[in-house]
Write a protein that binds this ligand. Structure first.
Ligand SMILES: [Zn+2]
Length: 349
């Protein structure tokens, strides 16, 4: 969640495999050549072809949303601040999961028409501010050097590859500030875990969707929806074919059956979520913004049906060091996954 105002040599040993990655920090001095090159080692040399229930590693399929939440909240990821080493490690984690599940890379096109999982962009520096006890970012000096960052995008292709249903969640958070780790277990490792979990469930079923089911992990949401906005300015998926965007942000706290949403109209994505909520005997309300928003915003402004699903009480302990895995309720995560699964199934199959 964000206010409106608004990678280095590493080894990641989570999940199953070790991923070598060269960093994006070398590029900080080359303003005219932003982040694309820094993600080269996150590109699978040969993206695995999707053979339903054959080439998919069961280790990856067996993981749960809570596994992802626990992993991404660890100290090693340093609070996943956009443009940081911690965020690059989180990006490598997401590539590992998407590759392990056999998803097609749907980010930037590089040489020989090969696709990357990453969609590169750059961010301005930010200033930290405490507002009502929450740590937030204000935009810093726009004339300063920009820092590379990237969205991570992959998907399960449908029979009609021109049309897509997007499941999205921002994977960045606030980092480490004044010696305190902001691990962002709820904001928004919870959303990341949920959308990965829905994809794992679809893959376990082994049915080919009619439309592409795309996972989009946005970066720099906490800096003013910079990642999702950059995607809309430089899309890697045909925007006119997007049927719905189901964005998930801070979905794991508060009473289990109580959800809220943000959207600027009663669009197709809102209706699909509301129907799935009612099938699961849960409750959902349109939340007031009060200066807050999430990554559905710029999609709505482009008249693309989009909704953000969140916990009704999302603001509680939000942007504090207390947003840790024990604050996330596994039952609520399971229900959020059921709701999302239902909404995606309605529009993609
Ligand atoms: Zn946030």
């Amino acid at each position: 969640m964000s206010t409106r105002r608004g990678f280095i040599k590493c080894m990641v040993g989570l999940g199953a495999s070790l991923l070598p990655c060269n960093g994006w920090s070398d590029l900080l001095m080359h303003n005219s050549q932003p982040a694309q090159a820094s993600f080269k080692n996150l590109v699978p040399k040969k993206p695995p072809a999707l053979n339903f229930n054959q080439d998919i590693t069961t280790t990856y399929l067996k993981r749960t949303a809570m596994d992802d939440i626990l992993a991404l909240s660890q100290q090693e990821f340093e609070g996943r601040r956009a443009g940081s080493l911690g965020e690059e490690k989180a990006a490598a984690y997401l590539v590992d999961q998407m590759r392990g599940l056999g998803l097609d890379p749907l980010g930037d096109t590089i040489e020989n028409q090969q696709r990357n999982y990453s969609h590169a962009f750059t961010i301005y520096p930010v200033l930290e501010e405490f507002s009502y006890g929450r740590l937030t970012f204000l935009q810093g000096d726009p004339s300063s050097l920009r820092t590379p960052s990237a969205n991570m995008i992959g998907g399960l292709l449908g029979t009609n590859t021109d049309e897509s249903v997007i499941l999205s969640a921002h994977y960045d958070h606030l980092g480490i500030f004044q010696g305190k780790l902001y691990s962002g277990a709820n904001d928004n490792a919870s959303g990341v875990g949920c959308i990965l979990d829905v994809m794992r469930r679809l893959l376990r079923e082994g049915l080919k969707p009619k439309r592409n089911v795309v996972l989009a992990f946005w970066s720099a949401e906490e800096m003013g929806f910079v990642g999702s906005h950059s995607f809309l300015k430089d899309p890697t998926i045909m925007l006119s074919g997007i049927q719905a965007v189901f964005n998930v942000d801070t979905v794991g706290n508060g009473p289990v059956g109580e959800f809220a949403f943000w959207a600027n109209n009663n669009n197709r994505a809102v209706q699909a979520v509301q129907a799935a909520v009612s099938r699961n005997k849960a409750k959902i309300m349109l939340a007031p913004n009060n200066g807050h928003n999430s990554d559905q915003l710029y999609f709505n402004l482009e008249h693309i049906p989009a909704v953000t699903l969140m916990s009704r009480d999302w603001l509680y302990k939000n942007h504090t060091p207390e947003d840790v895995p024990s604050f996330v309720e596994p039952q609520k995560i399971a229900l959020a996954c059921d709701i999302l699964y239902g909404a995606v199934h309605e529009l993609a199959f």
